[in-house]
Design a protein around this ligand. Structure first.
Ligand SMILES: *Cc1c(COP(=O)(O)O)cnc(C)c1O
Length: 419
C-alpha cells in the first residue's frame, strides 16, 4: 500500500486552489516504477512496454512515460490523438482495437502505428479502409477454453476479443500472401492478476505458438505482446507482482522454447496500464455528511463519476482518513457518493477511525482506470487531475469539468424557443 505522499496540512493547503475532489499522481514514483519494469524485462530481447493509454489518458502522464522509454497502446481515435500530441508515433504506438471503424484504421495508419487486428475479417476491412496492407501486422490471439481467465476478464471463450487458433494460422498466411512482411502475435488473457505464474504462462503460450506458426507456415514472428493485466495490491494484505520473477520466468522459457527453434531474437512487448500508474494515484475527497440509519454512512464529495471501480466491479480500494492514519479503526462505515445509485459506495462496512465532517479522505490506487472511467450520470462533473512533481510542486494536468462543459452539447437557446 503506497502511503499518500502529502500530509494533512499540505493537502488542506492544496485544497485552497484545488477544491476536492481531485486525483493526485506522483510523478517520481511513476517514473521509478516504469524504470524498474523496463529494467526487469530487459533480460528479454528488445523489450518494450506500451503503456495502455486508456488507463490514464492524460498527455502529461504519456509524456512522462514516453521520456522513460515507453510506447503507447491505443484502442480508439482519441487515444491515437493523445499519442500524436506528445510525439509518439510509428512503432512506438500499438493500435489494439476491436469493432474498429474505418476512420480509426486510417488514423492509426497515418500515425504509423503497429496495427493489431482483432479478427481475421479485419484484414480485408483494413485494406478496404486504407487502400493497402501495412508492412507490419499483428494479430490478437484468443486461446478460448485452453486457458482460464480471471475474475475481471472472464473466460477467454466468452471474451469478444481476438482470433481463434485456426483463424490465426489463416490470418498470417493471408497477410503474407497480401504482402505483409513483419508479423507480431498478441494476446491478453488476464486482468489485474497478482500471480506471477499466470504471466509467465502467457509468455509460454505465445512462445509455443510462435514456434508452431514457424513450423506450419514457415513464417517468422518478429515480436510478441503479452498484453497488460499485471495486477496491483489493492488490499493491504496483498503483495505486489515481482517483475523480476515474471521476466526471469519468461526468459527461462524463451531459452527452452524459442532459442532451440532457431527463432531468436523474438522481441518481447507488454502493454500494462494498471501496474504502471495504478498505485501512484489517489482520489482525495472530503466528508460532507454523516448519516445513521440501518448503517453508518459517510457521504463524500466524490462519487462514481470520479471512480467507477468499486461500484462497477465491487473492487476494493483502501481508504485513509488524513491525519488519522494511526488512529484505531473503531467505527464501521459505508463511504458513499451522492449518485442516485446504491452502488455509489467507495467502501462498504469498512472499519475506519471515527470520521468528522470536513475530514479529508484518501482513496488509494486510483492512478489507473480511475478518472478515466468516470462518467456524468446525475450531471456530476469529473474532477481535476493533479501531478505531484519530483521537486514537490503540484501541477494541474487537467482541470475539473464545469456545468458549462456538461451543457456544451445542448443548445439551451433553442430550448427557450422550443414549444
Ligand atoms: C485494458 C488493456 C490493457 C491494459 O490493461 P491493464 O490491466 O491496465 O494492464 C492492455 N491491453 C489491452 C488490449 C487492453 O484492453
Amino acid at each position: 500500500m503506497n502511503p499518500f505522499p502529502l500530509t494533512r496540512g499540505q493537502t488542506e493547503a492544496l485544497t485552497r486552489n484545488h477544491p476536492t475532489p481531485f486525483h493526485l499522481y506522483d510523478e517520481a514514483a511513476i517514473r521509478a516504477n516504469a524504470r524498474r519494469l523496463i529494467k526487469a524485462f530487459s533480460v528479454l530481447p528488445d523489450f518494450r512496454e506500451y503503456f495502455a493509454v486508456k488507463a490514464t489518458p492524460n498527455p502529461f502522464i504519456l509524456k512522462i512515460l514516453a521520456a522513460e522509454g515507453c510506447g503507447a497502446d491505443c484502442s480508439s481515435l482519441a487515444e491515437l490523438r493523445l499519442c500524436e500530441a506528445v510525439g509518439l508515433r510509428g512503432d512506438r504506438v500499438m493500435f489494439t482495437s476491436n469493432e474498429t471503424p474505418d476512420a480509426e484504421f486510417r488514423a492509426a495508419r497515418e500515425l504509423g502505428a503497429i496495427i493489431n487486428l482483432d479478427d481475421v475479417t479485419h484484414i480485408d476491412a483494413l485494406v478496404a479502409a486504407t487502400g493497402s496492407l501495412p508492412e507490419t501486422l499483428c494479430f490478437r490471439y484468443n486461446p478460448g477454453p485452453l486457458k482460464a481467465g480471471n475474475a475481471i476478464i472472464g473466460h477467454p471463450e466468452e471474451a469478444k476479443y481476438g482470433l481463434t487458433r485456426d483463424q490465426l494460422f489463416d490470418g498470417y498466411a493471408k497477410a503474407r500472401d497480401l504482402g505483409a512482411k513483419k508479423f507480431g502475435l498478441h494476446t491478453m488473457v488476464v486482468s489485474n492478476e497478482l500471480d506471477e505464474q499466470y504471466h509467465v504462462e502467457t509468455a509460454r503460450m505465445l512462445f509455443e505458438l510462435v514456434v508452431e506458426i514457424h513450423r506450419r507456415l514457415g513464417l517468422r514472428i518478429s515480436f510478441i505482446n503479452t498484453g497488460g493485466g499485471i495486477g496491483i495490491p489493492y488490499r493491504p494484505e496483498q503483495k505486489a507482482v515481482d517483475y523480476d520473477v515474471v521476466a526471469r520466468g519468461a526468459r527461462k522459457l524463451y531459452d527452452e522454447i524459442v532459442v532451440p527453434a532457431g527463432l531468436d531474437p523474438l522481441a518481447y512487448n507488454m502493454e500494462c496500464g494498471r501496474a504502471i500508474t495504478g498505485p501512484h494515484g489517489w482520489l482525495v475527497t472530503r466528508a460532507l455528511r454523516r448519516k445513521e440509519t440501518y448503517r453508518s454512512y459517510i457521504g463524500v464529495d466524490a462519487s462514481m463519476a470520479n471512480l467507477m471501480r468499486p461500484g462497477m466491479y465491487g473492487a476494493y480500494h483502501h481508504v485513509t482518513v488524513l491525519g488519522k492514519e494511526n488512529a484505531p479503526a473503531t467505527k464501521t462505515y459505508d463511504v458513499v457518493g451522492s449518485l442516485c445509485e446504491n452502488c455509489d459506495k467507495f467502501a462498504i462496512q469498512r472499519a475506519l477511525p471515527e470520521i468528522a465532517l470536513g475530514d479529508l479522505l484518501v482513496i488509494h490506487d486510483t492512478g489507473a482506470h480511475g478518472h478515466a472511467m468516470g462518467y456524468n450520470y446525475n450531471g456530476k462533473t469529473r474532477s481535476a487531475e493533479l501531478l505531484l512533481r519530483p521537486d514537490g510542486s503540484v501541477l494541474q494536468i487537467r482541470r475539473a469539468e464545469t456545468l458549462d462543459d456538461l451543457f456544451a452539447t445542448l443548445d439551451l437557446g433553442a430550448v427557450a424557443n422550443f414549444k
